[in-house]
Ligand binder design. Structure first.
Ligand SMILES: [Zn+2]
Length: 571
């Protein structure tokens, strides 16, 4: 009997011991978890700091390169001035018989007197006229003469065109040269420029001329001009676009840069080239990309306010919007399209995505609701933002155990789990989602339904989750669908930060041109193309077939020469 009691007490004691041990282990486990979270935060911090340092280093490198460029430009300028002085002295005192050893034609054509009246008229919008080119109506720019803007010692590249055959079809004798037409364009390559002089030689049959009634004439085929009547070359326009949209160098700064190199290329002329090429050659490519986008299975969309008129003394009365539409991460043919519009109305994306019936991922903005045929997908990062905002507005002691804190923690946990799946194939990703993330999401939405909250940002978060619940369903049916719309937000961020506001000219026409140029650049980049090479390819190719086969201009059909690493061309 006594023995039995002792045994029971013994077991009781052991049980208590086990329970105590269990409790201590639980506490240890909790401590470890907290430490793990802390370490995670610290790691993230360090990562961010490393990235910042990297960005700073890159910045410094760029500044050094810029300074070096400035220095060599100044040196070149000095040489130029010395040369001019030497020539002026020679003209004053020296032997008039001495000829400057250069192309005689060009020397004659150069205008040494700078026409001030022309400079003033240059600040006015350039006049345009419409001309017929190979049966297509085209705008023709009267942009003055190239001789007005180049220095007297500008390098010239001469390309000579002669007829394929100069044998007279009438009598079989060899024709003789009777003259040539000259087309001169300005070529800009990074920090250098030259004049391209294309000479189109004409031939005529002398024998027939002397004996017959008609004189057969032969002429070479002419490659079409980029902008008929203007001295713009594909290299020049691609260069100006690259400097402005990739290197963030506004036209007035480019004007100054060229000025230092001796070139009087005005920003009005550059702006006109950009706008005309964007409208004439890029807009059809952009439109083709839009049609391709509508065939995508998944589109990310986002929008942000933008101030187009940035006059210093004017309030930002006219708020406009930059809309963004892009393909998902797994799309074979990547498309990134920016669309400038004065309105934030849902009718804007409705028109842009007319007829689209695939998945459309956005934040919670209700404007997208009128796109009834698209299958909507919500953004969990957007939901988290409501709770983050709520926590930021609370005092430390209010946070503990609050709805905001619980909402944030639950979403944070889901996003952390999703982050681990980022490199998996869509199929395996989906499998992992169903086993790991699905239960967490179900818990989240079950919790959301029980929450009683009447006011504040946390309530907005709860409302968002309640309303958007169904938009997260596709996420558990297709591994390619993202849980957040971060992809689109990253692409529109430069506009949110105001960093790219200057890309947009003061006029809606300039803004529309910029949207097209910037879209082509970003689309080229996301298809692993070098943006400069791709712009050059489009500008060189498009004038050859006005209005026809536009598909050869799409980034994924661009030649291998465009597939360079971007940094290689930044020299
Ligand atoms: Zn003949």
């Amino acid at each position: 009997m006594n023995n039995a009691v002792t045994k029971t007490e013994d077991i009781q004691r052991k049980l208590e011991e086990v329970l105590r041990e269990n409790e201590s282990l639980r506490r240890q486990n909790e401590d470890l978890k907290k430490k793990n979270t802390d370490l995670q935060t610290e790691t993230d911090d360090l990562k961010r700091k490393t990235a910042d340092l990297q960005a700073e280093t890159d910045d410094l490198k760029k500044k050094t390169a810029d300074l070096q460029e400035d220095l060599s430009a100044a040196e070149a300028n000095l040489k130029l001035t010395e040369e001019k002085l030497r020539r002026a002295l020679k003209r004053l005192f020296g032997s008039s018989s001495e000829h400057v050893a250069r192309d005689g034609d060009m020397y004659e054509q150069l205008s040494f007197v700078f026409n001030e009246a022309e400079l003033i008229s240059d600040t006015e919008p350039l006049p345009e006229e419409t001309v017929e080119v190979k049966g297509h109506k085209r705008k023709r720019i009267k942009s003055g003469s190239i001789e007005d803007i180049i220095p007297d010692d500008a390098p010239v590249e001469i390309i000579e065109y002669r007829p394929d055959s100069i044998t007279c079809a009438e009598c079989g004798s060899e024709m003789e040269e009777i003259g040539k037409e000259i087309r001169r364009t300005l070529v800009l390559v990074r920090k250098h420029y030259k004049v391209r002089e294309e000479r189109f030689y004409k031939y005529a049959c002398k024998v027939c001329n002397d004996t017959g009634t008609e004189t057969p004439v032969a002429e070479p085929d002419r490659p079409p001009a980029l902008l008929p009547g203007s001295y713009a070359s594909p290299e020049a326009v691609a260069n100006i676009m690259y400097e402005k949209f990739v290197m963030y160098s506004p036209l007035y700064r480019q004007e100054q840069d060229w000025q230092r190199a001796g070139l009087k290329l005005s920003r009005q002329t550059m702006s006109h080239w950009l706008i005309t090429c964007a409208e004439q050659y890029f807009r059809p490519v952009y439109e083709e990309l839009r049609l391709k986008l509508l065939e995508a299975e998944l589109i990310h969309a986002d929008e942000t306010p933008l101030q187009v008129l940035h006059e210093p003394d004017r309030r930002a009365k006219s708020k406009s919007y930059m809309w963004l539409y892009m393909t998902g991460r797994y799309a074979k043919e990547q498309i990134v399209l920016y669309n400038y519009n004065e309105s934030r109305s849902g009718s804007v994306p409705k028109a842009f995505l007319a007829g689209y019936s695939g998945y459309l991922q956005t934040d919670g903005y209700s404007g997208y609701n009128i796109l009834s045929s698209a299958k909507r997908i919500g953004c969990l990062a957007h939901a988290r933002r409501y709770f983050t905002d709520a926590l930021n507005g609370m005092k430390e002691h209010e946070r503990k155990g609050s709805v905001a804190e619980e909402g944030f923690d639950r979403i944070e946990k889901i996003l952390l789990e999703e982050k681990k799946l980022v490199d998996l194939t869509p199929e395996y990703r989906l499998k992992q989602r169903l086993s790991v993330i699905k239960p967490l999401m179900d818990d989240l939405f079950a919790w959301v339904n029980t929450v009683q909250i009447l006011k504040g940002r946390a309530r907005d978060g709860i409302t968002y989750l309640r309303n958007q619940r169904s938009t997260f369903t596709p996420y558990f049916a297709d591994g390619r669908i993202e849980l957040t719309n971060n992809r689109a937000e990253r692409s529109i961020k430069p506009f949110v930060m105001g960093r790219k506001n200057f890309l947009f000219c003061n006029t809606p026409r300039g803004a529309k041109a910029s949207e097209v140029i910037y879209s082509l650049i970003e689309t080229a980049r996301s298809n692993a193309l070098d943006p400069y090479e791709y712009l050059l390819y489009v500008l060189k190719t498009a004038p050859n077939f006005p209005g026809s086969d536009i598909t050869v201009l799409l980034p994924w059909n661009a030649p291998v020469s465009c597939r360079k690493i971007e940094s290689e061309t930044n020299e």
